[in-house]
Design a protein around this ligand. Structure first.
Ligand code: FHF
Ligand code: ZN
Length: 187
């Protein structure tokens, strides 16, 4: 089982490396890793298990955060509304690739954090508002999807980890809350 002890923290050079693509068909090892990454996200979002295991709540995890330099991410975005649950994004993605993106940018109004960063970093993390993404799913099938808003932001945070990029690399150094015209702020 993956716990916080398995997650490497900023300062570790492995977080700045470019991860390697996985081979397809997927190996049993890579499939199992993906399952464990998804289990971590589920546990981290379960108040009882998160407390027991001392987990920070997470909506995404990338293999390099486990010191595994492979292009594997897991995302599990919970539904906000308990009465009218909308379909959520929940997937392990192998070799995810942004094929195209909107001209419009977006950021989370609350900024971002990271399981590999044990401090608050204030500021807007400006990203693409919409992305078209390809990836290989856990069954080894190639998928192509469009994402927008929060889900697109989470996936871009995870793909950044595959390229050695940290969320604060996208924050304006002079003024962390400066925004160009037209950037969507997601609350
Ligand atoms: C998180 N947690 O998941 C953050 C960190 C925007 O690479 O967002 O470092 F648990 C992956 C509902 C809403 C339930 C939010 C992408 C952030 C990715 C993990 N928690 C949440 C929740 C959360 C990082 N990460 C603050 C830990
Ligand atoms: Zn992160």
């Amino acid at each position: 089982m993956i716990t916080m002890d398995d997650i490497i923290r900023e300062g570790n050079p492995a977080l700045r490396a470019v991860a390697k693509e996985v081979s397809v068909p997927l190996s049993d090892e890579d499939i199992k890793l993906g399952e464990e990454m998804m289990e971590f996200l589920h546990n981290s979002q379960d108040p009882i298990k998160a407390e027991e295991l001392g987990l920070r709540g997470g909506v995404g995890l990338a293999a390099p955060q486990l010191d595994i330099s492979k292009r594997i991410i897991a995302v599990h975005v919970p539904s906000g509304d308990l009465e009218n649950p909308e379909p959520t994004l929940s997937a392990v993605m192998y070799n995810p690739k942004i094929l195209s993106h909107s001209v419009q940018d977006a950021c989370l109004g609350e900024g971002e954090g990271c399981l590999s960063v044990d401090r608050e970093v204030p500021g807007y993390v400006v990203r693409h508002n919409k992305i078209t993404l390809s990836y290989v799913d856990a069954a080894g099938v190639k998928q192509k999807i469009r994402l927008k808003n929060y889900e697109a932001i989470v996936v871009q945070h995870e793909i950044d980890h595959l390229n050695g990029v940290m969320f604060y690399d996208h924050i304006n150094q002079e003024n962390p809350y400066a925004l160009k015209d037209g950037v969507l702020v997601i609350e």
